[in-house]
Write a protein that binds this ligand. Structure first.
Ligand code: MTE
Length: 320
């Protein structure tokens, strides 16, 4: 008997689960959430003390503190991290093999001063701040995360961009001992590794674009991309690549994993846009983690004021 294994990019939870079962399951989650209402409350410092990870030194950015964050449990147990698992609850159970210390990031390409930076140095010296951002996955779920990080532009200014710099590529560390699915490529219907992602240089320099090293006051949990990941809040979540070890600035368009896997479904830009449907489902609505009802998705995930000008004159149906 031939066993057909669905690829992760063929799936969407809303589509693969019978609608009634899906809604019942969400209802149970909702009831569970009410029963354990503490988990839904805004973070108290007391609660944060019990979360795993090392406490970070950071400033709260009040310009990005108005949203109510998803709970720590929601953010850290419902993950996409294909280097560990294709399931949502897999990464939190399996990511213990990731060793985030020591860790370096190599920056190469169209920069004045190529360099290798130790993440320990970043944690000690860079201007870390907390920003609570909306996060929208292309699959149709969303969450709100109190990230701790710094603007990517801070690092790019440090290395100095040359006049030829047009795109930036990010790469996840390749080490199958730490990321066991990496050397099973193809075998389990997984995506090609190492995971890579890219941004146009003006997107990379936009003040909203963060390199994150933590959430809820502490270092990043392994399943969320320890020790350092990208966060681009106006784009679908797959652009926010985890466990980065290389940044390459180039004059030409960069590769990006999902775009290579299926360019008709995952564009290079992948800006959140309720008016451009995924070929197999609408993007008009999203289901916040733990919520019963869907809510309307906002263009650029609600960050249009900050980023719409980057795409002025572009046809967003074509450049999706
Ligand atoms: N980065 C790597 N290296 N591997 C991945 O599988 N998944 C992406 C993105 N970054 C992924 C990744 C996808 S599809 C999403 S939606 C987000 O990470 C999920 O981030 P979270 O698990 O912190 O919610």
């Amino acid at each position: 008997m031939k066993i057909l294994r669905a690829k992760p990019w063929d799936m969407n939870e809303n589509l693969v689960t019978d609608e009634k079962i899906y809604n019942d399951r969400r209802l149970l989650m909702k009831i569970g959430a009410i029963a354990g209402a503490g988990a839904m409350m805004p973070l108290s410092l007391e609660a944060a003390k019990n979360y795993p990870g090392k406490a970070l030194n950071f400033k709260k950015n009040s310009g990005f503190s108005g949203l109510e964050a998803s709970s720590y449990d929601q953010i850290t147990t419902y993950n996409n991290f294909y280097e560990f698992s294709l399931s949502k609850d897999g990464p939190s159970k399996l990511a213990h093999t990731l060793e985030p210390e020591p860790w370096t990031i190599e920056i190469t390409g169209e920069v004045e001063k190529p360099m290798v930076i130790d993440v320990a140095k970043i944690l000690a010296e860079y201007p870390l701040e907390e920003r609570t951002y909306r996060f929208r996955c292309v699959e149709g779920w969303s969450m709100v995360v109190p990230w701790i990080g710094f603007e990517l532009s801070y690092l790019l200014k440090k290395v100095g961009l040359t006049s030829k710099s047009k795109f930036v590529q990010f790469q996840t560390k390749y080490d199958p001992k730490m990321f066991p699915e990496q050397d099973k490529e193809g075998f389990f219907g997984n995506i090609p590794f190492p995971y890579v992602e890219g941004l146009r240089i003006d997107e990379a320099m936009n003040p909203l674009t963060l390199l994150s090293l933590g959430l809820y006051g502490k270092t990043l949990p392994k399943q969320n991309g320890a020790p350092i990941r990208l966060v681009v809040p106006w784009k679908y979540g797959f652009k926010s690549i985890k466990s980065i070890t290389k940044i390459h600035v180039s004059s030409g368009m960069t590769r990006s994993t999902w775009n290579e896997v299926n360019p008709k479904e995952y564009g290079f830009y992948s800006n959140v846009n309720p008016n451009v449907s995924h070929p197999r489902w609408s993007q008009a609505k999203e289901r916040p983690l733990g919520a019963f009802f869907k809510k309307k998705t906002e263009i650029f995930n609600g960050y249009g004021e900050e980023v719409a000008s980057l795409y002025k004159g572009m046809d967003l149906q074509v450049n999706f």
